[in-house]
Design a binder for this molecule. Sequence first.
Ligand code: ADP
Length: 396
Amino acid sequence: MKVLVLNCGSSSLKYQLINMENEGVEAIGIAERIGIEGSFVKHEATGKEKVVIEDTMDNHKAAIKIVLDALIDPNHGAIKSMDEIGAVGHRVVHGGEKFSGSVVITQEVKNALEECSDLAPLHNPPNLMGINACEEILPNVPMVAVFDTAFHQTMPESSYIYALPYEYYEKYGIRRYGFHGTSHKYVSDRAASMLGKPLEDLKLITCHLGNGASIAAVKNGQSIDTTMGFTPLEGLAMGTRCGDIDPAIVTFIMEKENMSVSEINNLVNKKSGVLGISGVSSDFRDIENEAAEGNKRAQLALDVYYNKVKKYIGSFAAEMGGVDAVVFTAGLGENSAIARAAICENLEFLGIKIDEERNNVRGKETVVTTDDSTVKVLLIPTNEELTIARETVNLI
Ligand code: ADP
């Protein structure tokens, strides 16, 4: 069976067509600037030339139509007809407390997703638009929703309740949810396989370090804590997000700078993180380059970032009563030997000894610690799309 995996953002739509017989990617692409002038689709079918299709896309339905046309195009397509698409798997950001696993999409599920939109106003509405558009264009194809939050629904109350008046949890669902669940789950499964032990016997700390970044404490296969919270803003410093800060800073800046709610929201989500500290970029490649050339604020941004990751590794090890392996994944985690080395520096007390040579690697499954390191550090490229496709097939 072939599964179309869709990840709909507010103005973009990422897709992959995966053949589940061999789990191979048959086509991959992204529609950008949906609803904005100058929209286009970058599309590549495996073994064929990459194409850029410039066309008007007023909404997600128009974008999906163009993507499907690209998939069946005789020259740069991957399939002969749309009938070959056996199912669609949708990435959905927020499942609230309603969804602790993936679900086949029904009207009831869509209603529940609408209710969760309040919790993720930037993410869930475009996810729903993608679902509705697909339903119209491919009415007989089963669809599954795979949630970023679901994997963390196993967190105990002591991890997810904020020290706020309890009534706000009851009234508005204000609690910690956690995100990147699909990635944390995927790399946990791979880690168990690489270590040759059942996941149920392992204590893992999975570090998803991309543009957005989060860490999870995965004990016996279940997420028991994670760094992101009510929204994907909590926890680590990120490309442009501030992560944990003293909440009093928010009202302080608002008062001093006469800022509105949306302005402060923009500040902490889009202008902070390593971009805010360094003033250079939100991209770690640029910051690493600048730091190497002696830019002190670029180095400071990296140091703040590494320190936060290290702090959480320590606290999650304490929370689980130990750790068997630390996993690095996503853009920075998979590609930056500098970041992995800096984060793991001085963690020998925990049993972590990085092997410099083994760590000098990128983008492949491997162990980067010495043979006598009692805690293994693993590099595992994440694959959220494949996880979504597998969940989709399992459910239908
Ligand atoms: P997302 O999916 O959240 O957009 P990714 O997982 O693709 O993010 O990670 C993107 C980030 O990874 C980039 O912003 C960049 O900072 C970092 N990155 C990618 N490649 C490298 C590299 N070779 N060295 C350092 N950082 C890298």
